[in-house]
Design a protein around this ligand. Structure first.
Ligand SMILES: [Zn+2]
Length: 283
């Protein structure tokens, strides 16, 4: 039996940004440089407590990017982050210590999502099994090629990960809406309030998050698109991104599924990590 969703709440934050050429994001209209804000989310569930969803950048990224081979990452994406913008600092301002968190969900291990992980030691980590397998197996230049900076990944990651498929033997269930799209959702807390969504393509085992609050549904679809406007226009990023995307074909399938989702559920708040519109939801 499915119990009634509880009153879960969330708040969106941003920690730093990087810049890249706008024609990469929007090959049709892009000019000049675009800012990729690193947004993340704090989730509060009445029974399960506080969860972080991604971490944004930390100053540690700038330090790591001084050393080979992570220097390449710094060159490719010039990054701007101040100490007082970091997740750990912003949470401290709200009186929240890292040990107050029940856990952190990492959508994927690209540095702009995972760079703050070391500021939150000991708490459980939730990620997709395929993302975990990849981050544990890559090193050096091979890691950078996948957007991963190993110096930012906790050494005890494997011990702290609560594998979502272990806790939930049923794994990710398909949600189909007629013929138009198919996405895989997983009920995180067993009460229908928070779901992990598998969004393959951009990065191995990338996750999004869907939250049903008392008054609306939020679908945080991370890097499955970079802008709501390009998703709505059906404009894919420049194919040069295939150099570091995990699977271009899967990316296109996920992108099309989200276009259909957006049309099927226009009232849902569909947002993306780096979309300028997401910044409008920050207090
Ligand atoms: Zn990414």
């Amino acid at each position: 039996m499915v119990s009634k969703p509880t009153a879960v709440t969330y708040r969106i934050f941003s920690s730093g940004y990087c810049t890249a050429h706008d024609w990469i994001v929007d090959p049709k209209n892009g000019r000049g440089k675009a800012r990729f804000y690193a947004t993340w989310l704090l989730l509060e569930h009445p029974r399960e407590g506080l969860y972080l969803f991604d971490t944004g950048y930390s100053a540690r990224f700038l330090e790591a990017a001084r050393h080979f081979p992570d220097t390449f990452y710094g060159w490719a994406t010039p990054t701007f982050i101040k100490e007082e913008e970091t997740a750990v600092y912003q949470l401290a301002q709200l009186g929240i210590r890292p040990s107050d968190l029940s856990g952190m969900i990492i959508s994927h291990f690209h540095a702009d999502h995972a760079a703050g992980m070391l500021d939150f030691p000991e708490i459980p980590i939730i990620c997709h099994p395929a993302a975990l397998e990849q981050v544990l197996s890559v090193n050096g230049v091979g890691a950078v090629r996948h957007g991963i900076v190993k110096a930012l990944i906790p050494r005890d990651l494997k011990e702290r990960v609560r594998r979502v498929d272990d806790n939930h033997p049923e794994g990710f269930g398909r949600v189909d809406a007629g013929e138009s799209f198919s996405l895989q959702f997983m009920d995180l807390f067993g009460d229908g309030s928070v779901e992990l969504v598998h969004l393959p393509g951009h990065a191995r085992g990338q996750l999004g998050l869907r939250i049903h609050t008392a008054d609306h549904t939020l679908f945080f679809a991370t890097d499955a698109a970079w802008r709501k406007s390009t998703l709505e226009a059906g404009t894919l990023p420049n194919p040069v991104v295939r150099l570091f995307f995990d699977d271009w074909k899967a990316y296109k399938t996920t992108f099309a599924a989200l276009q259909a989702y957006s049309k099927t559920f226009p009232a849902h708040r569909l947002i993306f990590t780096h979309c300028p519109q997401t910044m409008d939801f920050i207090d």
